[in-house]
Every structure is written in structure tokens, then in C-alpha cells.
Design a binder for this molecule. Structure first.
Ligand SMILES: NC(=O)c1ccc[n+]([C@@H]2O[C@H](COP(=O)([O-])OP(=O)(O)OC[C@H]3O[C@@H](n4cnc5c(N)ncnc54)[C@H](O)[C@@H]3O)[C@@H](O)[C@H]2O)c1
Length: 388
């Protein structure tokens, strides 16, 4: 007999769809005690027809336009936060106080001060919690973690991350409104640093350990844009692009780059690591592939014969690869939406005595500390140590 778990998804946009799909699919593909039930979806009140359409599309029991009423409901177990960033703090505090489990989208908060209060709230309430840094659950990225743990990269020297897009190049793109709230600092907190580099930082710290200090440069290429709410042209105060250098606690060096002005790049989220035994390269635009360079075998201790060294492209679809035994047969790829399903599978499994779920809000706080330090460094023009 499965145990129903009643889900409330707040926000019916891009992530509202991705999460609804994952909650619906997870118990079809993973063997779990819990069976998520789509109880209520909540969106802004200004478009009830759209909200009802969303409810019908995903099969929610009910619809609500005030998130506070959702939190008051006794028939809701999980508050899943898929609304813009400036709302995360207040909702997490209220959800924790009501004893609900919390699923929160990234970036965790607008800044470290908010994030610390959110961590304190969920920990005081003792509620299960997670932040949807879903790229940890791309099978190829999870395989990198396995290769590192097996010693196949060896002592790491370099970590290189890029996260590039091109959708804000035109000065005609407004700020505010659906999705484009990302260009409004009052709603987003920051630009590419919180939106895209937060993902890269979470992945980097998971794979390569804590970042100790950073030095950053940011740029805002289009200084003014029309605001959807006011209808007026207003200053743009987010970072359009950000580059930073980092030193990791393990002594390796990192470079991070993100922009929404890389013509032709849509979701170019890459990472490369170079270590003494090998290297890896991953690009989210080819998510089933992992490039691996093997120099030495940590198990035999032998160097690979010179005439056999070279980059190997691994098609990460075998049953032996992370998550893949739950999906299709080898050679059949999975994609973006599955990273959310894999995340919820691990979260539910942790409720059932499986491995502790990561990243929690506490772990996401460490990413928030790096994001805040990056923005501070860009302002000061000097290195900033990571606090906390
Ligand atoms: N994990 C990822 O890869 C990923 C990807 C995209 C977005 N995100 C994050 O997810 C969150 C949502 O982003 P999105 O792209 O889905 O945005 P979106 O603009 O597509 O959707 C946001 C939704 O929130 C609703 N909303 C706004 N104010 C509300 C309120 N007061 N009450 C209820 N609903 C309200 C809007 O109506 C809209 O449906 C953000 O924090 C974002 O950073 C994460």
C-alpha cells in the first residue's frame, strides 16, 4: 500500500510545469512508498482562466490564488515553491511554521540574510526540505561525481564552468512580467549570478568541495529597459554577465562565466575538470554525453599506454549509469525534465529511510554565500573571502 503525499505547487509558469510533470511521473518510474497527489496549484490572481487551464492540464484537485491559504490547508503535506525569487523567503518561513515539507526553487533567496532565516526556520520546525539544484541529477553529472569518488580524476587542478544564453541581447526585451522578472533586481535579487551561476556553484561545490574566495567582474550591457508594470523606461540593475575566479579549499583553481549575451548559446551549461589522473567535460546541450580523458588508472595504479590515451565519449545511458536503470534501455536518452523526476525520487526515498537528501536549504545557503561574495567582489573590485 502506498502512502499519499499531498503536493501544493506555488507558481504555474516554467518551473510549475516542470515540477508538476515530475511529481506525476516519479512513482511511475521509481519504486517508492510515497505516491505524490497533485492537490492544489497556486498562481497569481490576475489570470484565473490561465490558472484553471493549468489545473486541468496537470490534473490538480483544486486551484488557489493566495499562497497563504494554501499553507493554511490541512490537506497539504509539501509546499513546492516555483514562484519568483523575492517570494521564496516569506513562503518558506510560513510553510515551516505550519510544519509543511519545503521544496524551494533556486536561488534559495535574495541574499544571505534571508537564506539564513530560511535555514533556521526549516531546521527549527524539523521539516524535510530541498532546493531544486536539479543538475546534480543529470546522469552524466552524477557519473562525474562517481568518477571523482573512484579517484579517476585524482588531485584536481582546474575547475571551469560556463552558463551562457542569448535571450536578452535585444534592448527591446522589457523587464518585469512572466520570466522577464529575471531582469528586475527587486524581484530576482541579481541577474546571471543568482539565476545561472547559482547552478554552476552548487554543482562545483558538490563535485570539488567548498569555494574559499572569489574575485569577480560583472557587466550590465543594456542600462535601461521598459518595465512591464510601470510602462516606463527604468534603469536595469541586474548583472547581465558575470565572470569570476575562485580558489577551492582543496587547492584547485576555478573559473566561472555566465552571460545572457552569448549569441547562439541557449542553455550552454558546461563544466570541465582537470586532475592528475584524468579530465572530464560536460555540456548540458548534449546531456547524455560525458567526455572523459583517462591518463592513469587509480585502481591498478598504471598509466594508460601512450598510444591508447585520448578523449572517450561516454553515452551515459547504460543501466549501470546513475538513474538510468529506472528509465529506458541503453542508448535511449533522457532529458531535461527527468532531472526533476530524479530529484523528487531521491527526496521521497530519503523520507523512506534512503540516503539523506542533498542539497537541503542549509547546503543552498553555502551557494548563496558564494553568490553574495561574487556580487560584493564585483562592486569592490577585489578578492572576497567566503563567510559562514
Ligand atoms: N531549477 C531550475 O533549473 C530553474 C529553472 C527556471 C527557473 N527556476 C526558478 O524557479 C522559480 C520560478 O521561475 P519560472 O521560470 O518558473 O518563472 P515563471 O515566470 O515562468 O513562473 C512564475 C510563476 O509564479 C507565479 N506567481 C508570481 N507571483 C505569485 C504569487 N504572489 N502567488 C502565486 N503565484 C505567483 C506567476 O504567475 C507564474 O506562474 C524562480 O525562483 C527561478 O529562479 C529554476
Amino acid at each position: 500500500m502506498s502512502t499519499p503525499l499531498n503536493i501544493a505547487v506555488l507558481g504555474c509558469g516554467f518551473m510549475g510545469r516542470a515540477h508538476s510533470n515530475a511529481w506525476l511521473q516519479v512513482s511511475h518510474f521509481f519504486t517508492l512508498q510515497h505516491k505524490p497527489v497533485l492537490k492544489v496549484c497556486c498562481g497569481s490572481s490576475n489570470d484565473p482562466a490561465k490558472l484553471n487551464k493549468f489545473r486541468e492540464a496537470w490534473g490538480y484537485d483544486s486551484v488557489e490564488s493566495d499562497w497563504k491559504k494554501v499553507i493554511d490547508r490541512k490537506d497539504v503535506d509539501v509546499i513546492d515553491i516555483c514562484v519568483p525569487n523575492h517570494l521564496h523567503h516569506e513562503i518558506v518561513l510560513a510553510a515551516a511554521k505550519a510544519g509543511k515539507m519545503v521544496v524551494c526553487e533556486k536561488p534559495l533567496a535574495m541574499n544571505v540574510a534571508e537564506a539564513e532565516e530560511m535555514v533556521a526556520a526549516v531546521e527549527k520546525a524539523g521539516v524535510a526540505n530541498m532546493v531544486t539544484f536539479n543538475y546534480r541529477r543529470v546522469p552524466a553529472i552524477a557519473l562525474i561525481k562517481q568518477l571523482i569518488d573512484e579517484g579517476r580524476i585524482g588531485r584536481p587542478y582546474h575547475y571551469r564552468a560556463t552558463y551562457n544564453q542569448d535571450y536578452t541581447i535585444s534592448p527591446e526585451v522589457p523587464q518585469g512580467g512572466r520570466a522577464l522578472w529575471r531582469l528586475d533586481a527587486k524581484v530576482a535579487g541579481s541577474g546571471v549570478t543568482g539565476d545561472l551561476l547559482a547552478h554552476s556553484i552548487d554543482t562545483a561545490q558538490w563535485l570539488n568541495g567548498p569555494i574559499r574566495r572569489v574575485v569577480a567582474h560583472t557587466e550590465t550591457f543594456v542600462k535601461e529597459r521598459k518595465h512591464v508594470d510601470s510602462g516606463k523606461v527604468e534603469p536595469v540593475t541586474i548583472d547581465d554577465a558575470c565572470m569570476f575566479l575562485a580558489t577551492f579549499a582543496n587547492g584547485s583553481m576555478g573559473t566561472f562565466e555566465s552571460t545572457r549575451y552569448a549569441r547562439g548559446r541557449k542553455n550552454y551549461n558546461t563544466l570541465e575538470m582537470n586532475g592528475e589522473n584524468g579530465s572530464v567535460f560536460f555540456n548540458l546541450e548534449d546531456p547524455h554525453l560525458l567526455d572523459f580523458f583517462r591518463y592513469a588508472d587509480p585502481i591498478s595504479g598504471k598509466k594508460v599506454e601512450d598510444h591508447l590515451t585520448g578523449w572517450q565519449e561516454i553515452n551515459v545511458t547504460n543501466f549501470e549509469h546513475p538513474y538510468m536503470k529506472n528509465w529506458w534501455v541503453p542508448g535511449c536518452t533522457i532529458g531535461y525534465e527527468h532531472t526533476f523526476t530524479n530529484s523528487f525520487a531521491d527526496f521521497l526515498s530519503s523520507l523512506e529511510g534512503g540516503p539523506k537528501f542533498e542539497p537541503t536549504l542549509r547546503t543552498a545557503l553555502s551557494t548563496q554565500r558564494v553568490c553574495d561574495a561574487v556580487l560584493e567582489s564585483a562592486k569592490k573590485g577585489s578578492w572576497v573571502e567566503i563567510g559562514g
